[in-house]
Design a protein around this ligand. Structure first.
Ligand SMILES: NC(=O)c1ccc[n+]([C@@H]2O[C@H](COP(=O)([O-])OP(=O)(O)OC[C@H]3O[C@@H](n4cnc5c(N)ncnc54)[C@H](OP(=O)(O)O)[C@@H]3O)[C@@H](O)[C@H]2O)c1
Length: 243
């Protein structure tokens, strides 16, 4: 797929990794829709930056734990930009919680944001892409799927479900739509992580350094441009899985 002139939806595109993906795709000539939940200031700023590339850009406020909000956002994005050619599911909820302290509310937050949300976005867009004869879906997963972190069990389980969903969607939407995942290693740490904790994480990679959102963007561009790749989960992790 040629990125130029396409309409691409990046969830969680107001900041961090999603923002870099959105800007990188706008720089390549795609019209961009981003979703955000609380980062309205950053979303407005992102729109200004995206439009500097001479493309159309819109933002929708969505709590992706609510399927009705997802469907409404997709309708408004399609009305503004036309049919969506590619969906990048990047929005995510990520924080530690022990097995003992996981409440129903925490479990639901992490599963609904990280697994159900991407499913409802894919349901709202995938069948339409299939009917139009082309489309791409990329889900942001996590290396913790291979070796779950005990302080992040609902998150790791949700991302594991998302990996399975990625393969299932690849089958359900073939041959017209290619569906793939990217499993980042350490790219951008959440705020509040100490230098010692960061060092510990980086020691568990072969390359002994943090990656960048641009490393993820490069993988996204590859998966958008390649029409013969579907159902894979691509690690972009500095060798985290081997170390
Ligand atoms: N950063 C890394 O090193 C790393 C490592 C492994 C995997 N990943 C994966 O790569 C993707 C991007 O990473 P990231 O660090 O940029 O993500 P992030 O900062 O954790 O989250 C991206 C956005 O998700 C949105 N979000 C959270 N809960 C939401 C909800 N209920 N409804 C709608 N949006 C919601 C937030 O939007 P608002 O700010 O607007 O509220 C947030 O800005 C994520 O899927 C993440 O799991 C990242």
């Amino acid at each position: 797929m040629d990125i130029k002139g396409k309409v691409i939806l990046v969830t969680g595109g107001a900041k961090r990794v999603g923002r870099v993906i959105a800007e990188g795709l706008a720089a390549r000539g795609a019209s961009i829709a981003i979703t955000y939940r609380t980062s309205d200031v950053e979303a407005k700023d992102a729109l200004r930056m995206l439009r500097r590339h001479g493309v159309e850009a819109v933002a929708a406020c969505v709590d992706q734990r609510k399927p009705a909000q997802i469907r409404a956002a997709v309708r408004s994005i399609e009305k503004a930009l036309g049919p969506v050619d590619a969906l990048i599911n990047s929005a995510s909820s990520f924080y530690p919680v022990s097995l003992e302290k996981t409440t129903e509310a925490v479990w639901n937050d992490l599963i609904e944001t990280n697994l159900a949300g991407p499913f409802w976005f894919a349901q709202a867009l995938g069948p339409k892409m299939k009917r139009r004869g082309r489309g791409k879906i990329i889900n942001m997963i996590d290396v913790s799927v291979e070796s779950p972190w005990i302080d992040y069990l609902p998150y790791s389980a949700a991302k594991g479900g998302l990996a399975t969903l990625t393969k299932g969607l690849a089958k359900a939407l073939a041959p017209a739509v290619q569906v793939n995942g990217i499993s980042p290693g350490p790219i951008l740490f959440p705020s509040g992580i100490s230098a010692a904790e960061k060092k510990k994480v980086l020691e568990k990679t072969l390359l002994k350094r943090v990656g960048s959102p641009e490393d993820i963007l490069r993988a996204v561009v590859y998966l958008l441009e390649s029409d013969f790749v579907t159902g894979i989960i691509m690690p972009v992790d500095g060798g985290r899985l081997l170390a």
